[in-house]
Design a protein around this ligand. Structure first.
Ligand code: NVH
Length: 359
């Protein structure tokens, strides 16, 4: 499915793969040995790729949130298309590669014992070298703001509005009694009864309920992805600020503990890359379905895939047959509410027109 969100999710995965392949092995070795074995070029390239990947991930998550925010909260203001998504992805990569160039410039190899420079790689470290003390403080404060704090705050605001729109809004064509039953308790009172109560055709109502249901599922998954991202990048971001801006670990007696915390924080960053496909697996039926199809076609060849497509085709035809069957897959609370809505609309409509029309 070439949706805008899916384009961005693929881009997020590219950044995840990039950081896992290029930075994880080096990070593992540095965390264990406290030594840089890879020479000056890679001392510039690997941390550069690390920061590019962070920037690409956070910008991609921001674009996903922005796209959902426009689609759900301001549908008439902006139309996002697959082409626009592709262009945004190109811009994300260019911007990330450009803004992280200073990182490559400041990375240098140095030896703890300069007399051993030409004899061994042991005691070599790869670290930032700045002309004055103030520069790293400014740079890392900006890095934290631009790659963590500001985008996360904006995304939280966007998802709060999306949440309100999807979970607290008036369902079209429903009476206030039905509406109260549909609307879960956690929605604030002010949104209750807002918006006109349009008496739409049942098929239109069903289509809209279906759309809201699909959007809720996607939004729920995206909120989990964002929450896990924020959680996994929090320790490394905080530790980095404490180290570079406040210089807290410069003369510490607890060197081992500090190293352990840094190692843990690096692993959380890499764990985030592994977490995303797991989240998609648990929270997206479509992802599971497509993954299984791709996996079985990889293992058993094209023949099986064709069979799978056919059976999926059958399944989707069957699923189109009955709206009630489709809706019965909803989660428990919503299922009950939805049942109330559908029964009430059907009853209302039957009473009004004497027939239940197509459904
Ligand atoms: C540059 C690093 C240094 C910490 C984040 C990821 C991250 C850090 C962070 C947040 C393993 C600017 C700011 C940096 C590093 C860097 C070697 C390597 C990496 F989301 F990774 F706070 N933070 N030496 N952080 N860097 O650890 O230069 O990328 O070999 O890639 S960094 S490494």
């Amino acid at each position: 499915m070439r949706t805008v969100t899916n384009y961005f999710i693929v881009n997020l995965s590219v950044a995840d793969v990039l950081v896992t392949v290029s930075c994880l092995p080096a990070s593992l070795l540095v965390d264990i040995t406290e030594t840089w074995f890879f020479g000056l070029t890679l001392c510039k390239v690997i941390p550069y790729l690390q920061t590019v990947s962070v920037s690409v991930s956070v910008l991609t998550l921001s674009c996903i949130a922005l796209d959902r925010w426009y689609a759900i909260c301001h549908p008439l203001m902006f139309k996002s298309t697959a082409k626009r998504a592709r262009n945004s992805i190109i811009i994300i990569w260019i911007v990330s590669c450009v803004i992280m160039i200073p990182q490559a410039i400041v990375m240098e190899c140095s030896s703890i014992f300069p007399q051993l420079v030409n004899k061994t790689r042991l005691f070599t470290v790869c670290d930032e070298h700045w002309a004055a003390e103030i520069y790293p403080k400014v740079y890392h404060s900006c890095f934290f703001l631009v790659t963590y704090m500001a985008p996360l705050c904006l995304m939280v605001l966007a998802y709060v509005q999306i949440f309100r729109k999807l979970w607290c809004r008036q369902i079209p064509g429903t009476s206030s009694v039905v509406q109260k039953k549909w609307k879960p308790l956690y929605c604030s009172a002010h949104s209750r009864g807002s918006g006109p109560q349009i008496k739409s055709r049942p098929s239109a109502v069903a289509a809209e309920i279906k759309q809201i249901r699909a959007r809720r599922k996607t939004a729920r998954m995206l909120m989990v992805v964002l929450f896990v991202f924020a959680l996994c990048y929090l320790p490394v971001s905080i530790l980095n600020i404490l180290k570079r801006v406040f210089g807290i670990f410069d003369n510490t007696e607890h060197r081992e503990t500090v190293y352990a915390w840094f190692t843990f924080s690096h692993w959380l960053v890499y764990a985030n890359s592994a977490a995303n496909p797991i989240i998609y697996n648990f929270l997206s039926g479509k992802f599971r379905e497509e993954f299984k199809a791709a996996f079985s076609s990889y293992c058993f060849g094209i023949h099986r895939r064709r069979e799978h497509r056919l059976s999926r085709g059958r399944a989707s035809t069957e699923s189109r047959k009955s709206l009630t069957t489709q809706i019965s897959n909803f989660d428990n609370v919503s299922r009950m509410s939805e049942h109330v809505v559908l029964t009430s609309i059907t009853t209302l409509h039957t009473n009004a027109s004497g027939s239940t029309q197509n459904w």
